[in-house]
Design a protein around this ligand. Structure first.
Ligand code: UD1
Ligand code: MG
Length: 453
């Protein structure tokens, strides 16, 4: 009987037990980030997008940090601990309980291999629906050193030989094991339990599932994939390679969706950045996680956005910073050297230059002059500032929160506003100017005499 992957149940087991010593890091390898998301979350997202109906993650002992991230990224995932590192097959069997639930397909993915595409995982599953018991992701390695080699007899795969166990002849083979594998879910436990550890590392190799299946007369298939997709992360240089590839894909997808990028190679996106149509992004812009940008917005050069929503036709920067909770409504503007945090800026409101707005609500069409600062923090707690529609705040004003400036109110330049300003009122909160005729000249004469002794 055949069935398309979409109608078959599928458990993906993600192996995430590796510490990644070559990262030289206090953070476990799979919690390092690329494109604003942890490596293990990338693997889980690909598994979900490939139609997994169950997820299991195998982590190392005492790795509450990895477990927390798995729970955050994929709350339905079941977490298992591999208490001793005894090989990849042993690691998969740490999830024995989940596998025993009896899925049609079992997919095995690595927590440190974030470039594999969901389509590739689907292709890997497909032969299981046509009678294969094991499917291996194969690739032509530019340099196969370190990879398991795919040993064929004519057209059929008969074994995978690890580098350390391979003969010279076998080492000359370029066709390598990408590591990802699909196994008939109903036979998986029986096959995995038959794997032994008589090899150079005394480990239970997942790769030996091929020989076990072939010995039982079961069909084994190889699914080819581009080498770039099986790129793992073992050190910081490989992390940078992975980041570059993810950025290349994200930029290409944004441009395909109708975004103009003047210099795409200088724009950095997150896995979840979303854009409307006809957005323009100038050079050197960084998008942290959680940013949405609506149609026709323009992000000028050297801006940094994170956890922010940018409405239709909004203009950001150059040199602007939107921090988490910044919400720029349609037609609003945050110009050069403006920072917005946890604040809603109403439609057509203008923060043209040199302004900090934090923990605030700014009404539609309000205009905040250069140097306007919301003083939101008293050293202990944060307080809110509310500015009504059509209000005008003169330059260099400090709004000491909690404080409200009413609709249509006008705050004079250089004010330190500590009390609420009612709608349509004029508030001037600065020392009155004193002008003394002739006294400037006298003062200068006195200072000159002092200097000359
Ligand atoms: C493995 C494959 C090799 C393939 C290569 C692709 C085996 C035996 N070999 O080799 O054929 O070409 O990946 O990158 O499978 N892990 C555990 N527990 C263990 C051992 C490993 O969780 O006891 C995890 C690792 O953290 C890693 C993954 O399994 O995420 C692969 O293990 P690794 O040691 O990197 O295997 P390779 O030698 O690279
Ligand atoms: Mg490896």
């Amino acid at each position: 009987m055949t069935a398309s992957p979409s109608s078959r149940s599928c458990l993906t087991v993600v192996l995430a037990a590796g510490e990644g010593t070559r990262m030289r890091s206090d953070t476990p390898k799979v919690l390092h980030r690329a494109a604003g998301r942890t490596l293990v979350a990338h693997a889980l997202a690909a598994a979900e997008a490939a139609g997994s109906t169950g997820l299991a993650v195998v982590i190392g002992p005492d790795r509450e940090d990895v477990a927390d991230e798995v729970r955050r990224a994929a709350p339905a995932a079941r977490i298992y601990v591999q208490t001793e590192r005894r090989g990849t097959a042993h690691a998969v069997l740490a999830a024995r309980e989940a596998i025993a639930d009896g899925f049609d397909d079992l997919l095995i993915a690595y927590g440190d291999t974030p470039l594999v595409r969901p389509e590739t995982l689907r292709r890997l599953r497909a032969p299981l629906g046509h009678g294969a018991a094991v499917v291996v992701l194969g690739f032509d390695a530019a340099n196969p050193t370190g990879y398991g080699r795919l040993i064929s007899d004519g057209p059929s795969l008969v074994a995978i030989r690890e580098e350390k166990d391979a003969s010279d002849e076998e080492r000359a083979i370029k066709l390598s094991n990408g590591g990802l594998m699909a196994i008939d879910g109903r036979r998986a436990i029986e096959l995995l339990d038959r794997i032994g550890n008589r090899n150079a590392k005394n480990e239970f190799y997942l790769t030996d599932v091929v020989e076990v299946a072939v010995l039982s007369g079961l069909a084994v298939a190889v699914e080819p994939a581009p080498e770039a997709e099986v790129q793992g992360v073992n050190d910081r240089a490989q992390l940078a390679t992975v980041e570059a590839e993810l950025q290349r894909r994200l930029r290409a997808a944004a441009m395909a969706g109708g975004v103009t990028m003047v210099a795409p190679e200088t724009v950095f996106l997150s896995h979840d950045t979303t854009f409307g149509r006809d957005v323009v992004i100038e050079p050197n812009v960084v998008f942290g996680p959680g940013v949405t940008v609506a149609d026709r917005a323009v992000i000028h050069a050297f801006s940094h956005l994170e956890g922010a929503s940018v409405g239709e036709g909004v203009s950001i920067g150059p040199f602007a910073r939107l921090r988490p909770g910044a919400r720029m409504e349609a037609g609003s503007k945050a110009g050069n050297f403006v920072e917005v945090k946890n604040a809603t800026i109403g439609e057509d409101a203008k923060l043209n230059h040199l302004t900090y707005v934090g923990d605030a609500e700014v009404g539609p069409r309000a205009n905040l002059g250069a140097g306007t600062i919301t003083c939101n923090y008293d050293g202990f707690a944060k307080h809110r500032t509310t500015i009504g529609a059509d209000a005008f705040i003169g330059v260099n004003s400090a709004l000491v929160a909690p404080v409200t400036v009413g609709e249509g109110a006008y705050v004079g330049t250089g004010s330190v506003v500590t009390e609420d300003v009612p709608s349509d009122a004029l508030a001037i909160a600065r020392a009155r100017q004193v002008t003394l005729p002739g006294r400037g000249a006298k003062l200068k004469a006195m200072l000159k005499a002092n200097k000359e002794g």
